[in-house]
Design a protein around this ligand. Structure first.
Ligand code: PLP
Length: 387
């Protein structure tokens, strides 16, 4: 048996999503800009997908810009909404797609403030208010953290942005499809999503841009997507994202999120009941239903990932993009964990396809593997001897 609990890294494409994109690799190959019937057929698919994504985000279809993924959406928002001399407020726990886009903005003449988080991984809206300056142009705070799943107090931050007349972007890559999103409740001007975190393929995403918000494009070329994103549309990817959005909406109606949450909670409780010196990082924060980040003191997270993988369970030590890096997770460090504890943390992330049997499988493996690795750990044996 192989069990995949690394859905925050990427999710499998659902069969319905694959079926939705298949015709656009074959008989429906037209360029959506062509005026003949081949083009009109694909244009209709693009516009239908735009409607579906808009329904998921509770915005107008014309406010959806298709991108090559979450990274492009984040970069488009940050580079497209600011210019040299502007001040940007972001947080220390953002994904590198935001952190490095902000670093680039800084190198280009912007000033960037990085807000801290508390031990639950949450930004304090008062800190946002205090960081505002006369030249603050943009606040970029993520909706759900990719490592802990912590949901940030976006509505409060949105109100602060509105009162200050500042633009507000949120990276909702790890929230889309997991929790309901309503851009007007959040009060944001831009919001990023990524297909492959919600059962559509990799290399597909979207940026919501509120009507009337001036956005400079990243690329120059054709007038695709109302001149906000030049380049011939990735029609199969767009059709897939539209289908994934429809399935996510249907899933909320059926209570899929509650089922996933119940499985996640069973996993956490089962692990904590069997393993000592372990706890959930940021357990008390409001979280997306699929994510659990657990520290197991005196183990090495990378060794644990490899040991579990050999037995058929795929999990992760933190952000997939920095997997393999020796540096402890910047998110867990920002929450106040020691580097050792951050390195001893594992992320379990469930998907729509996760079953109760798979959770049982994980529960049968994890405690034994922790015990075996701790037996091999000189630090742990010394501690045990002392006691
Ligand atoms: N933002 C967050 C919070 C993410 O978790 C990721 C991917 O891990 C990204 C942005 C980047 O998205 P993509 O992989 O689609 O470029």
């Amino acid at each position: 048996m192989r069990v995949y609990l690394d859905n925050n890294a990427t999710t499998p494409v659902l069969p319905e999503v694959f079926d939705a994109m298949r015709p656009y690799f074959g008989e429906r190959f037209g360029n959506a800009s062509s005026i003949h019937s081949h083009g009109q057929e694909t244009l209709a698919a693009v516009e239908q997908a735009r409607e579906s994504v808009a329904e998921l985000l509770h915005c107008r279809a014309s406010e959806v810009v298709f991108t090559s993924g979450g990274t492009e959406a984040d970069n488009l928002a940050i580079a497209g909404l600011t210019q040299p001399g502007d001040h940007i407020i972001t947080s220390t726990i953002e994904h590198h797609a935001v952190l490095h886009a902000c670093r680039h903005a800084e190198e280009s003449g912007c000033e960037v403030a990085h807000l801290p988080v508390d031990r639950f991984g949450l930004v304090d809206p008062d800190d946002v208010k205090c960081a505002l300056r006369s030249n603050t142009k943009l606040i970029s705070i993520m909706m759900a953290n990719n490592e802990t799943g912590a949901l940030q107090p976006l509505e409060e931050i949105g109100k602060i942005a509105a009162e200050a007349g500042v633009l507000f972007h949120t990276d909702a890559v790890q929230a889309a499809g997991k929790v309901a999103i309503d851009v007007s409740r959040i009060g944001c001007h831009a919001l990023s999503i990524s297909g492959h975190k919600m059962h559509a393929p990799q290399g597909m995403g979207a940026l919501y841009v509120r009507k009337g918000t001036h956005l400079r494009p990243l690329f120059y070329g054709g007038s695709h997507d109302r001149s906000r994103r030049a380049g011939t549309e990735n029609v199969p990817g767009i059709a897939a994202l539209g289908k994934a959005a429809e399935l996510a909406i249907g899933g909320f109606g059926r209570g899929d999120d509650k089922k996933i949450c119940a499985l996640r909670d069973r996993l956490e409780q089962g692990i904590l009941a069997q393993v000592e010196d372990a706890a959930v990082n940021g357990a008390s924060a409001p979280r997306v239903p699929n994510t659990s980040n657990v520290y197991f003191d005196h183990i090495d997270g990378e060794a644990m990932v490899i040991a579990l993988d050999l037995k058929g369970l795929a999990v992760s030590t933190g952000a997939a993009c920095s997997s393999g890096a020796i540096e402890p997770s910047h998110v867990l460090i920002a929450m106040g964990l020691t580097p050792d504890r951050a390195r001893a943390s594992l992320r379990f992330s469930l998907g729509k396809q996760t079953t109760p049997e798979e959770i049982d499988f994980a529960l049968a493996l994890v405690p034994d593997t922790v015990a075996r690795l701790r037996e091999l750990s000189p630090v742990y044996s010394k501690q045990t001897l002392r006691i």
